[in-house]
Design a protein around this ligand. Structure first.
Ligand SMILES: *Cc1c(COP(=O)(O)O)cnc(C)c1O
Length: 363
């Protein structure tokens, strides 16, 4: 099989050694004679596997004991609703930072929850989301402020948290950069991430929530309630066993590689290589302002939609696949998640140099 480099934004590339391990133990998990897909979620085969995955995630992210770790279903999108349902209670005022497409989806869902006032406290609309929003000093204390740490589609990312959010309870959507760089879990009341970008297969969502925020007096349907999910260790109903299993293997892989610090170093190296090339190219251009650039999702354009299309098709033929940008922004996007190898970035740049020469370097 020819070497393929998968630049998909999600579902995304997995560590190749993890995929091989899945293959090698798929028919009989731990010599049980059953596949991981066939075991009971009430068996110790499952509960041991789940406990180890949680323990390794706690190590990787340095999650303090006063936080619960949940492995839920419904993707990042269900969290858009679960967060306001569970956490908007004090004065029913919640604040959102409009940093792009996914932040807007989160805002729309919060607005559908009855009796909640949703304020958009900052927006990057005026720069077409090529910068991060300027967050002003906030006059109110909100139940929480929701922040999308990495904007998967627009390619902006918070390397540091905005100063003016210091005294607010923060909820962070880390779907596309969880464990790509170090964040301090204690800076957040709740963190969530759909697995299929920087963790594992789709079907599982990581939720990390400060225990004191869980309210057992809230009357919510069980599947929508953090406190009920936490009480049952995410096994209130049949959990996504296979997705948790693969995520657990990825967590082990991350620890073997040197953890989040090592991933951050590698991701910085990969991203820097590509941004440096983009900034020096006379054909390609990275639209995101330098101080807001994402480590994991890097959009770029030629400025000519036809040329973009040709580039994507030619790259595909050379084994550089899934470089098409999101339909809302067009152009190209290279997603360089933890499992994406450095050589893939080198190959992409070599290909871009050849393409640039072939069209004469003229925009
Ligand atoms: C992909 C994505 C989502 C939506 O994730 P699903 O798991 O498909 O619901 C939410 N937020 C961000 C930042 C994303 O990148």
């Amino acid at each position: 099989m020819a070497q393929i480099y998968n630049f998909s934004a999600g579902p995304a590339v997995l560590p190749v050694s993890v995929v091989h391990q899945v293959q090698s133990e798929l028919v009989s998990y731990k010599n049980s004679g059953m596949s991981i897909m066939e075991i009971s979620h009430r068996s110790s085969l499952y509960t041991d596997m789940e406990a180890e995955a949680e323990e390794n995630l706690r190590k990787l992210m340095r999650i303090p004991a006063e936080y619960d770790v949940l492995f839920l279903q419904g993707g990042g999108t269900l969290q858009f609703a679960m967060v306001p349902l569970n956490l908007a209670k004090g004065n029913n005022q919640v604040g959102y930072i409009d940093s792009g497409h996914w932040a807007q989806r989160a805002i729309e869902e919060a607005q559908l929850v009855p009796k909640i006032k949703t304020d958009v406290v900052a927006s990057a609309a005026s720069t077409n989301y090529t910068t991060l929003p300027e967050v002003p000093k906030l006059k109110k204390q909100y139940d929480y402020i929701h922040l999308t740490l990495n904007n998967t589609i627009e390619g902006t990312m918070y390397r540091k948290l905005p100063e003016n959010l210091k005294h607010q309870l923060l909820v962070g959507d880390m779907s596309s950069n969880i464990m790509a760089q170090r964040y301090n879990v204690e800076d957040f009341g709740l963190i969530y991430a759909g697995a299929q970008k920087n963790i594992g297969p789709a079907g599982m969502t990581v939720v990390i929530v400060k225990h004191e925020l869980l309210d057992d007096k809230l009357e919510l349907p069980a599947m929508l309630s953090y406190v009920k999910q936490a009480a049952k260790h995410s096994a209130l109903n049949t959990p996504p066993v296979f997705a948790i299993y693969v995520a657990g293997l990825v967590f082990k892989w991350l620890l073997e590689q040197g953890g989040v610090e090592e991933m951050q170093k590698r991701n910085e190296k990969k991203a820097e290589l590509l941004y440096n090339y983009l900034d020096s190219s006379s054909l390609f251009n990275a639209p995101v302002t330098k101080d807001a650039r994402s480590l994991t999702n890097i959009p770029f354009v030629t400025g000519n939609a036809e040329l973009d299309q040709r580039f994507i098709a030619d790259a595909q033929e050379s084994g550089l696949v899934n470089l098409k940008g999101h339909r809302s922004v067009g152009g190209m996007r290279a997603s360089l998640y933890n499992a994406f190898p450095f050589e893939g970035v080198q190959k992409l740049i070599e290909f871009m140099e050849r393409f640039e020469q072939s069209v004469g370097g003229n925009r």
